[in-house]
Ligand binder design. Sequence first.
Ligand code: FNR
Length: 378
Amino acid sequence: MSNEPSTTPRRQSEIYFNGARGIRPRVPIDGTRLEDAARGVLSPLALSYIAGGAGSESTMRENREAFERWRIVPRVLRDVSRRDTTRTLFGRTWNTPFYLSPIGVLELMHPEADVAVARAAAERGVLMVFSNQASASMEACAAAMGDSPRWFQLYWSKDDELVDSFVSRAELCGCEAIVVTVDTTWLGWRTRDLELGSLPFLAGQGLAQYLNDPVFMRKVHDPLPGPAPAQARVTLGALRTAFSQAKAVPGSTLANLRSGTSLKAVRRFTATYARPSLTWSDLAYLRNRTKLKILLKGIQHPDDARRAVDAGVDGVIVSNHGGRQVDGAIGSLDALPAVLEAIGGAMPVLMDSGVRTGADVYKAIALGATAVGIGRPF
Ligand code: FNR
């Protein structure tokens, strides 16, 4: 399989020639139809987690409408026999104007989860951003990628030592940048998940970075701040959750259940996972801590973009987390021009949220984005 840039015409011919032999594509070609196709195969819990947004989901809708409003005015007769779709950023070149945004809990979608994505990204020469909430450790993904480009996305936890450990591991895994997600210092009010009472992390899903971390695991049996949780009645659901937690923690499932390690790991995660008190001044710690590039993900306002420049980071990602955090927000593409103007070329500006088609990628790049993140579609 080739990883040359601009393979679109070849891919198009391949599909038509296969069609002439009676073979149709297995996944929808129209990126906007992927969700319909997923509805037929995913469990209700998995579908809710991936497709859902915050509140009335109006931000999610607005992300798409912003892409619909911005239109392309085509130009002609400009010799397009050779095309270059590569992007160069921080001294690395990758094959596509898009990259893979960090997506947590990929085990809900496929048993091979992040490792399958890492393999595919490396095969095609696409930049992958490892999620802090991955289902496979960054080490397992890195091992599947050769020297293909990868970044690590960080949720800044309440435990500085854990932040430090995640950053060290990202450095060792060949990540070239840390993407600090700044729009999720609290989990959004995700209506679909709330209606199902479903948070995958409580079942031990999406915790691979933690469960494979020496600092996190060393502290698993340490007491947590605050009152001990009240004893709840044992239900079938509780047993199922306990079993799922125990399976997620490395080692024997039975031993994890007996020692209480898995329950304690999940409790430690929920107690420390995000830091609502995070402010601009905390960024200096990370800046001094690592030589890796630092990007802030979740910027929407031009004043925040200016502050990012002042904070000495290396790039921003205009994103509203696919509408999963704030309901009633502007479409991410609509936020892009003002952020670009505020940054004034001082550093790269990437964007995600609502990207479904090649035309969407084109629109964001034409407006001035350096690269565009694909989220739900992959
Ligand atoms: C996300 N996103 C996300 N972002 C992040 O920084 N860390 C994460 O672990 C996750 N996890 C995650 C899980 C799922 C199921 C979704 C849908 C999204 C946000 C993601 O990186 C990106 O910003 C959005 O997916 C962009 O919106 P669209 O284009 O997917 O709608």
